[in-house]
Design a binder for this molecule. Structure first.
Ligand code: NDP
Length: 248
């Protein structure tokens, strides 16, 4: 069994729902002290805290990761409260799907600003405490469409492809300080984000996955736990497809 993130201080963006909430549950169960962000879903964040109450040290912090001032305040709070940050999981993300011909500049900016600039701001803010510690893990949640592309998602797939370049470049920049930077590229995971898909889209998608099913968010959380663990100590700059074989 993979050694887990025992007693590490972990920060997960977008932990209020979906994959992020599963990552929070998993890393808390593994014994980490977990801070997670929410933006619009205060009710869901509170529900998760109640669910995990007493079982682990978990704290929710409101922060819009696309705003530099929110990110700075977030990292200051976690650093002061916990004294260190061992693992950052850049999970928060949005979609604004439509064909290029209909895509507004606002749709483009919203997705790139949250998914890519947000991750940049988080990496930059967290790199200072991690460099001081001379250790750290950054785990970016990309997407298989950042590698393969997808009609109707030029903004989203560009943001996720950008995360791959960010991951690889930052892995090179921070390796000498023992900070490992990796990316997980999920395929189709059942969450609010994919609830918008129609029945036919779901059937077509599922049929194109060699494992013939979507992933449960817990299965992505398991991959995050691996990248956060001591077993992943020689991995950096990697993109791991967690997609049931979709991209094969
Ligand atoms: P959900 O839509 O279920 O959840 C998105 C999360 O991101 C929420 O917690 C939300 O918080 C948070 N968030 C959104 N915008 C911001 C912001 N500006 N600042 C802070 N937090 C924000 O998405 P999923 O769980 O499905 O996706 C999680 C990640 O996995 C995303 O990066 C997504 O791109 C990626 N992914 C998902 C796949 C899928 O099939 N579901 C496939 C491949 C990748 P709040 O509600 O509080 O605002």
């Amino acid at each position: 069994m993979a050694e887990t993130a025992t007693e590490k201080v972990v920060l997960v963006t977008g932990g209020s729902r979906g994959i992020g909430a599963s990552i929070v549950r998993r890393l808390a169960a593994d014994g980490a002290r977990v801070f997670f962000t929410y933006n619009a879903s205060a009710d869901r964040a509170n529900a998760l805290i109640s669910e995990l109450g007493g079982a682990a040290r978990v704290e929710a912090v409101k922060a819009d990761i696309s705003k530099a001032e929110d990110v700075e305040a977030l990292i200051k709070h976690v650093s002061e409260a916990a004294g260190r940050i061992d693992v950052l999981v850049n999970n928060a993300g949005i979609t604004r799907d439509t064909l290029l011909m209909r895509m507004s500049e606002e749709d483009w900016d919203a997705v790139l600003t949250t998914n890519l600039k947000g991750a940049f701001l988080m990496c930059k803010a967290v790199s200072r405490p991690m460099m001081r510690q001379r250790s750290g893990r950054i785990i970016n949640i990309g997407s298989i469409v950042g590698l393969a592309g997808n009609a109707g998602q030029v903004n989203y797939s560009a943001s996720k492809a950008g995360l791959v370049g960010l991951t690889k470049s930052l892995a090179k920049e921070l390796a000498s300080r023992n900070i490992l930077v990796n990316c997980i590229a999920p395929g189709y995971v059942q969450t609010d984000m994919t609830d918008k898909l129609g029945e036919k889209q779901i059937a077509d998608l599922t049929n194109s996955i060699p494992l013939r099913r979507s992933a449960q968010a817990e299965e992505i959380a398991g991959v995050v736990a691996f990248f956060a663990s001591d077993d992943a100590s020689y991995l950096t700059g990697q993109v791991l497809n967690a997609d049931g074989g979709l991209a094969l």
